[in-house]
Write a protein that binds this ligand. Sequence first.
Ligand code: ME8
Length: 675
Amino acid sequence: MAGPRTFYVTTPIYYVNDLPHIGHTYTTVVADALARFHRLAGDDVYFLTGTDEHGQKIERAAKARGISPKELADEVVENYRKLWPALAISNDDFIRTTEERHRRGVEALFARIRERTPDAIYKGKYVGWYCTGCESFYPENQVVDGKCPEQGHPVERVEEESWFFRLSAFADRLLELYDSHPEFVLPETRRNEVRSFVAGGLRDLSISRSRSKVSWGLPFPGDPDHVVYVWFDALTNYVSALGFGDPEGAPLYEKYWREAPDATVLHLVGKDILRFHAVYWPAFLMAAGLPLPTTIFGHGWWLRDESKMSKTRGNVARPGPLLEDFGADALRWFLLREIPLGHDGNYSDEAVLDRTNSDLANNIGNLFSRVVALVAKGEKGTVPAVEPLYDDELGEATREVRERYRAGFESCDPAAALRALTDHADALNRYLVRQEPWRRKGREEHCSRVLRTVVGELAHLALRLHPAMPGAAATFWQALGLGEDPATEIAAGKDLLAVDDWAVGGNSVQGPLKVFPRLDKKKVLGEAIAADGGGGRDAAAGRPAKPGKEAGAKKKADAAPDEDEGAGIITIDEFFRVKLRTAKVLKAEPHPNADKLLRLEIDLGDEKRQLVAGIAKAYRPEDLVGRTIVVVANLKPAKLRGLVSEGMLLAATGPDGVPHLLMPDGDVPPGSPVS
Ligand code: ME8
């Protein structure tokens, strides 16, 4: 008998040269939501993520730190291993390409290609460019001004003996694949790009690096002078993690690495790495005579102020502080709901807050707590065991949102699925307004039936929230007296989305519920607003506060009473309480957790200090080193996004809001008094 449909979903394996950021978080959250949705729908799901640990990029990053590549990988991988559970990521496995099972898989794939297509791999000489940032080879005509065409990273000239994969021989089969299986590359616009890339002609692909140039990689099977090209190595993770190449047998591989109709293999990747997945990977598999994945989905990019996030610009959003500010559920909801998968979007903390307040606090959270309170009050906490009462509008809305929800997730459009859920909540709110279950006098039975109906609908809603917000879904599930967690209902082959009525009559509700309190912008984003120049904590951010309410209030409390105080006049003594000193900038770098802040190390003459300053938008760190600035030396230290600032630098704010640092005219040693 045929078992349930299998659904194998993967994220890219992330490089270990950098800590996880919002982009990695995004792909992994989307993959997790899809995995959770398919589990609800009764599919047999396997969800893989992991880390990409070989190659020149990692080798160089480790060298710069003075540690071995493996030490670097071991250190960084811990961040992923800690982050994913904090975000409720339900991966079944986590693969590291430095694991033995992965090496076996790569060797097995080579062996299989050599056996099935003996002329697919041959030795030659590579002459061209290499981009360590993308770990990619670029021919002469694609390199512009010494930069790679994809990301603008610097490229290096490479001329070395190399093993090649005869990619050119697969162009026709790839084109046929894209045409006969339009779902192979999604969204459609990306498919067109990939198709034209292949139709433009494919060159054979170098799949090795000379060990004399790059030593951190898997030995090239049969040639110890070379290591396997990191993308060949990395792509193989999708099968090595399933046990491909294991001499003891690979039941997971047999089960999940199959083709349609009863199996789906979905590789979710950012659009930056689509070519590797939609061109190279299927060609390797074709050469090996192995099944192909069902879909490569190339999602869009999160940007900051319409441009790329980058470490050098210091504008990378990291998940740690966001988890602290918003929690896993709200962050997941935002990432899934804010932009349709496939589109680019602008990231800002403020957008997360607005989305949380509008969808979760004001709508879904409020509805659950309101209904629980109505049952607690009107029905003494027990959901009445009576016949539901659907009016036409609710009946129609319910059917429609459920269909949209399922279709959204099935077509890799979680944003549409989630919109169906807020629409469901809207429909229930409207139903409550129409039916007025709080007007009980003389219509008790009516009110009981209305509440029974709404609680039944909330059970559907709580269940459907599980892929996006597993934590909140469990809380809601418990509040409706349905059990611990909708996840406990999940079983392969059982479609929970097809359950028509959750039979909530007789359940005890648990309240009061306050799952998503409304977030106060100032409280939550205070620091971010400060770094924008909005006064308040600006002073602690290392630059003068604009005259703002808080700054004014503080001065008032500290200053001696004076008749001129109302006009903002201070005495010379009061002025001298502020110790202004010159300081030399020894080091400057982006703040790890805030895109508007820089971390500076300064020399104050007799001591060194750390400053955190909101000047990242105006100054590049490298331009500050060696400059002499003016700082307030006796300011109480303050913590800014996790870093202590021991003072404040002075800057004039231009009409455009941009800070201009104050610097002494002429040479003065660090620590000189300023008055
Ligand atoms: O490319 N917006 O690893 P990587 C959205 N090791 N997603 C983003 C993003 C952004 N601003 N930045 C990164 C690699 N991502 C290879 C993959 S797979 C066999 C090998 C996400 O650490 C997105 O999924 O550079 C992108 O594809 C991935 O992180 C790149 O991660």
